[in-house]
Design a protein around this ligand. Structure first.
Ligand SMILES: C[S@@+](CC[C@H](N)C(=O)[O-])C[C@H]1O[C@@H](n2cnc3c(N)ncnc32)[C@H](O)[C@@H]1O
Length: 315
């Protein structure tokens, strides 16, 4: 999928660095997980790590210091995530496109059993930089990291379709997370998949493929969920099928609206059959910081900055 990612780079490169301005609860959390108590030292540490991350790839989320907070912790389904970790023995949590690994650190710091957590990303350097930021090693933070391209057929097999919802667990045994070299053995075995700022990197068709691939990993047990957040389009009549946003002379991004997102996951042609899952999605228009590049629609008119938070939960 490198072409889509390359398309994205131009926009990403143009997004200016934002100021380091964490919320008080994020400062507390960073102190807890990094062990750094001095706030000036913490800031300098974050700036240094940000610079290293931007060399690997200049994602806007790194420019915005997304690694100093957690998206999963702010997701409306977060308490259910923690409850599954506590109450469902062996329930696997997968962080898709984990980047520095801040979200897996959040679930583990809130009590999700570490032995059931796994993270994956296209770029191993991000995970290494995350170990540096959180001042851990593979021994002190033993969550397995799997390097891979989510679209690579040898990483997630496209031949296994998403399972229908069922209370009967799959018979196949799950190998130890530490021994995995691809996600294929986890198909139909993952209880929670969190994917933040991931889908919006791709165009409409690869987003659809990604939804099927992540869907194929999901456990059939009721309550299993795929959750996340990313750039979206407000749920207007004209955005029913999603929206294409032009971000430069020849660059465009496809964004789903809550309606098109639901239709991607459920019903005819969707990832899951009607009645197997409930899909919730909410698109919120946010004020655009003056430093951010303006997105325009097909007529060249500015469009709002809009974040869609969503969940797909087995019934
Ligand atoms: C915008 S960052 C989001 C990171 C993090 N989830 C967050 O919310 O801050 C996108 C992440 O997707 C990863 N990525 C891009 N293409 C990928 C692919 N084809 N397979 C797996 N990961 C991919 C990137 O390496 C990067 O870490």
């Amino acid at each position: 999928m490198s072409t889509d990612v390359e398309r994205f780079r131009k926009w990403s490169d143009a997004a200016p660095n934002e100021d380091y301005n964490p919320q008080p609860e994020d400062v507390q959390w960073m102190k807890q997980v990094t062990g750094i108590q001095d706030e000036e030292e913490l800031k300098n540490h974050a700036l240094k790590i940000q610079a290293e991350g931007l060399v690997v790839y200049p994602y806007p989320c790194i420019k915005k210091f997304a690694f100093t907070t957690s998206r999963v912790g702010r997701h409306p389904a977060y308490q259910d995530v923690l409850a599954i970790g506590k109450n469902r023995p062996g329930a696997i949590y997968l962080e898709a496109a984990c980047c520095f690994g801040n979200d897996v650190r959040k679930v583990v710091s809130d009590g999700y059993p570490i032995e059931n957590v796994i993270a994956t990303d296209l770029k191993g350097d991000f995970w290494t930089i995350g170990q540096k930021f959180f001042r851990t090693t593979p021994e002190t933070f033993p969550v397995p990291f799997l390097l891979g391209d989510a679209f690579d057929a040898s990483f997630i097999s496209p031949d296994t379709p998403p399972a229908p919802t069922s209370s009967t667990p799959p018979i196949r045994d799950v190998p130890s997370l530490k021994t995995l070299t691809s996600l294929t053995p986890l198909q139909h075995h993952v209880s929670i998949i969190h994917a933040a700022a991931f889908f919006h990197l791709f165009n409409e068709e690869p987003q659809r493929r990604l939804a099927f691939l992540l869907g194929s990993l999901l456990s059939p047990s009721p309550g299993s969920m795929i959750i996340g957040s990313h750039g979206g389009a407000p749920d207007t009549e004209e955005n029913k099928k999603g929206a294409t946003r032009f971000i430069g002379v020849s660059e465009s991004l496809f964004t789903h609206s809550p309606t098109s997102w639901r239709n991607l996951w459920i019903g005819e042609g969707g990832v899951f059959k009607e009645g197997d899952v409930k899909v919730w999605a909410e698109a919120k228009v946010l004020p655009r910081p003056p430093s951010q590049p303006t997105l325009t629609d097909s007529s060249g008119l500015p469009v709002e900055r809009c974040v869609m938070t969503w969940s797909v939960i087995r019934i």
